[in-house]
Write a protein that binds this ligand. Structure first.
Ligand code: FE2
Length: 304
């Protein structure tokens, strides 16, 4: 007998599984999870991270924000700032911990319009190497096991982001493929997306286009002659009507294939939707020289 659990075509989206990090470290992913990831290009694993671990990351992010002085970047994010100034701040963040503010967070005088903790869009992009709390979370044995189980021969932790998705002002993220931004030859990036708080339709959960991870990348964002450029390889829009919401309770891990188109809506709710993401590439693949994300020679990429 074929049931929804065994027939991929009949399986409702999103495909949900439940496995703790402890169990993952011991057993790895099971056949159904591996099949779902292959079919859909994502895997939703509920109860993966302990609530205490989510709380620890949120507390640490709060400390980092608390210790940060907005005046350091007010000129970069001011409304009069030129695009290349913001580009330079972004371009130099591959081996740093930098703070990125919401659009229009500062007024013309360089003062924040609202509380600092409510003005930050994200922190990036080397939390996993530079901060002990994020390092420990990111290099958990369960993630090493999972990365190996989905075929990464030599996993390297390339990029980390702490995303706040602030109440009422957290903006949408348009449909994209992560391999557009982090490109190896052959393509290899995988996203590990952790819900640190419940992600719902109201506060801007992820959405994805199941199965479209088989499509080539349609855009490539990279460095060219000192600037950041986006090459459009295929101008066809993604079929937004095919997207499915990936609502995720606190502690859920969503694994995202690097070619899977995904997006998130604006946060229209009164609560934040904080998430931590880690992007891992395969060291067996060539990391293209013109990727936006670069590191200095003193900080080579490391694995788990
Ligand atoms: Fe993404």
């Amino acid at each position: 007998m074929t049931t929804a659990a065994t027939d991929p075509a009949a399986r409702p989206h999103p495909t949900r599984f439940r496995m703790s990090a402890r169990e993952m470290a011991a057993t790895g992913i099971n056949a159904a999870m591996k099949r779902a990831y292959g079919d859909d290009g994502y895997l939703l694993i509920e109860d993966f991270a302990d609530a205490a671990d989510c709380d620890a990351l949120m507390a640490r992010a709060g400390e980092l924000v608390g210790d940060f002085t907005p005046a350091e970047v007010a000129s970069i994010f001011s409304t009069t700032s030129r695009a290349h100034v913001r580009d330079d701040y972004f371009a130099g963040s591959g081996d740093r911990i930098r703070f990125f503010f919401e659009e229009d967070a500062f007024d013309a005088d360089g003062s924040l319009k609202q509380a600092k903790a409510l003005s930050i869009n994200k922190i990036g992009h080397a939390l996993h190497d530079l901060d002990p709390v994020f390092d420990g979370f990111s290099r958990a044995p369960a993630l090493a096991r999972l990365a190996g189980d989905i075929g990464l021969a030599d996993p390297l932790l390339l990029q980390s982001m702490y995303i706040f998705k602030q109440p009422k002002i957290g903006g949408e993220v348009v449909c994209h493929q992560d391999s557009t931004f982090l490109t190896t030859d052959p393509l290899s990036v995988v996203g590990f997306w952790f819900a640190l708080e419940d992600a719902t339709l109201d506060n801007g959960c992820l959405w994805a286009l199941p199965g479209r991870h088989r499509d080539p990348i349609r855009q490539r964002f990279h460095r060219q002659d000192g600037a950041m450029v986006t090459d459009t390889l295929d101008p066809a829009p993604w079929p937004a009507e095919d997207a499915v919401p990936l609502e995720a309770n606190k502690g859920t891990l969503i694994l995202l294939h690097g070619q899977l188109p995904h997006l998130s809506g604006p946060n229209t709710s009164p609560v934040s939707r904080q998430a931590y993401t880690l992007h891992v590439i395969d060291g067996a693949c060539r990391y293209l020289d013109d990727n936006w994300l670069r590191r200095g020679p003193g900080m080579p990429l490391r694995g788990f």
